[in-house]
Every structure is written in C-alpha cells, then in structure tokens.
Design a protein around this ligand. Structure first.
Ligand code: ATP
Ligand code: MG
Length: 328
C-alpha cells in the first residue's frame, strides 16, 4: 500500500520551538518517504476562544512556516482544513461512532477544560478527537507524525477505524502515530514539568522571537540544583529539557549531548544551547520572511485545496456508501 503521511498544526497562537522540533523540522525529509498532506487545522483552533483577526493572521503565518521548513510545494498537498468541506461533513458522520466515555478520558480535554469554567467549555473541545480522526482517515493516511501529546488521539482514531471496519467491511485505512526519538515533548523553559504550548505561552520560545530574546530566554531558563549537566527527568527536568533541545537540533542522541557537556558548567552549557537554537531559527526566520513578503503561500493553498478536496471527497463517498447514506 502507498505511504501517505499526514500532519496538522492548529493556528491557535505563535508557533513554538516545541512545534518546530516535534514536527516542522522533519517535514522535508518526510517527503522522500511517501505522499505528504500537511494542513492548517483552523477548525480545531475554534475549540478555544480566539479573535477572528488573530486566527486569520496565525493561519497565514503557519502557511509561511510550513513552506519555510523547506518542503517543495509540488511534492506535498498543503491546505487549510476549513477549505475542504469534507472534514466537517465526515465529522457529522463519525461523531456517532466515538463515545462519551472514551472522549472524556482524553488528556488534552482534561488539561484544557480544567482551566475553564464549565459554562465556557464548547462541545467542540470535547469532540476534538472526532474531527481529528476525520482529518486522518479522509486521506487514507497511514503515518501520522506528531508530538507525544497527540499520540492518544491517534490511538483513538485507530479504535474508530477498527470499529468502522468491523461493522462495514474494510472502509478505512489504519493510521499509526510516529514520534521523534528525541524531542517528542519539549517542555516550558520556566516550568520544565509542563509542555511548551502555543496556547499557554509561559516559558515558550516562539519561532518569531528576536534572536536576542531567544538567547535571553535560554540563558534564564529554570535549571535545577546541582552543577552536573546530566539527563535526569525526575531530578533535573530543566537541564534534561535543554539537553533534549540541543540533541534534537544537532540530530544526535541524548547520550552524545550529555557527553559533550560532561565537564561544562550550567552557564557554558546554556550558551551552547542558545547558539544552536539561534543558528537554526535565524535561518528559518529568513525563509519565513521571504515567503510572507512574496505571498507565495496564496497559490500553494489554493492548489492544496483542490488536490485535498478531490481525494477527501472520494473517501467521503466511499464511507457514505458503506454506512448506507443513499447517493442521490
Ligand atoms: P495548543 O496549545 O493550541 O494545543 P500546541 O503548541 O500544543 O498548541 P498543536 O497545534 O496542538 O500545538 O500541535 C501541533 C503539533 O506540534 C502536534 O503534532 C503536537 O504534538 C506537536 N507539539 C506541540 N507541542 C509540542 C512540544 N512541546 N514538543 C514537541 N511537539 C509538540
Ligand atoms: Mg496541542
């Protein structure tokens, strides 16, 4: 079977170093493995309150960042989720095949809703994994590159695929989450026990930050007592997070990174981390700026919409037929 790779990012805020290391940095190499579908999950962004102008601006930004990752737009389908109506249509179908109990056990829902008043929690936040499952199955995607936090949602999609296939025959392709060995969960610099997240931006490094700001954030990152640069999530979460960032950007193992700094003080180690982050993001920011100014993303998203719609509509029809919706 053909390899189909699909991944999405929500335009909920400024992209972070977590998004970069977890997903963006690897998008180009994925294009050598199979057919790639990358999208901007703007419908998912509505699950938390967001200003319309901010949402539009974030969407454009995200398109530019996707392109700045070095992907050849001819080799991938890059699209905006809401521009392909099959996502919302399939959502209306699939919400009947995922259940309240399993949805209420999702960590992301528990995390995000725990910070909100019950009267302000939208149904969409609860049913988020239903739409995410639709995003995946519409493209017959089998490989889903994600950070660790999204693995649970892909697992739920697998349950859904089993459920549908057992009931209606082999209608859907089974997807699999794929995480990076190093960097699947980058933590906040101010609280290294919390994930770096764009919608909860405490201790984040933003991809658009000035390099001087990035350097300052890293130099003042929370570290741990002791003086040894050692990977120890329990006792040294701050240093472990910085080691992960360094190793992920250098494309080396954590052990190799530890070895490089075994005789270093925290200050020298942090400086080396700041250097590697600034080198990588400096080049990335230049590409982003060029794409933003040239508006190269407009045509790419238009073409992406056409390519994605054609495939998604085919799958949608296949599913409608299997479950008994009459084609008229
Ligand atoms: P939000 O706070 O709105 O949920 P987010 O920063 O978690 O934003 P998403 O749009 O939810 O970003 O996720 C986009 C992709 O980035 C997903 O594959 C997700 O797993 C990955 N990702 C998000 N945060 C991190 C992180 N801290 N480390 C590694 N990968 C991450
Ligand atoms: Mg998230």
């Amino acid at each position: 079977m053909a390899t189909r790779i699909l991944t999405g990012i929500k335009p909920t805020g400024q992209l972070t170093l977590g998004n970069y290391i977890g997903v963006l940095k690897h998008l180009k190499e994925e294009t050598n493995r199979g057919e790639c579908f990358y999208f901007i999950a703007d419908l998912h962004a509505l699950t938390m309150p967001i200003d319309p102008e901010v949402l539009k601006q974030n969407t454009i930004d995200l398109a530019c960042f996707y392109l700045a990752s070095g992907i050849d737009p001819k080799k991938v389908t890059l699209f905006v989720q809401s521009s392909v109506s099959a996502h919302a249509e399939l959502n209306a179908i699939m919400q009947n095949y995922l259940y309240m109990g399993e949805l209420s056990r999702m960590t992301q829902f528990k995390d995000k809703s725990s910070k909100m008043k019950e009267s302000a929690i939208g149904l969409g936040l609860f049913s988020y994994p239903v739409l995410m499952a639709c995003d995946i199955v519409l493209y017959d995607a089998n490989i889903i590159p994600v950070g660790e936090d999204q693995v649970q949602h892909v697992e739920l999609t697998r349950d859904l695929v089993n459920r549908i296939n057992n009931k209606y025959g082999n209608v859907l392709v089974m997807p699999k989450a794929e995480m990076r060995k190093v960097g699947a969960r980058i933590m906040s610099l101010s609280d290294p026990t919390k994930k770096m997240s764009k919608s909860d931006p405490k201790g984040d490094i933003f991809l658009k930050d000035d390099l001087a700001v990035i350097r300052k954030k890293i130099m003042s990152a929370v570290t741990d007592s002791g003086s040894e640069v050692k990977y120890d999530i329990e006792n040294k979460p701050g240093i472990s997070n910085l080691l992960t960032i360094y190793a992920a950007l250098k494309d080396i193992s954590i052990e190799e990174a530890e070895n490089q700094f075994k005789d270093s003080r925290y200050g020298d180690f942090k400086k080396a981390v700041a250097d590697v982050v600034c080198d990588e993001l400096g080049a990335f920011q230049k590409k982003y700026q060029e794409i933003l100014e040239s508006k190269a993303y407009v045509k790419v998203l238009e073409e992406g919409k056409e390519k994605a719609s054609a495939i998604a509509n085919q799958t949608l029809n296949r599913i409608k037929d299997a479950i008994g919706l009459l084609k008229v």
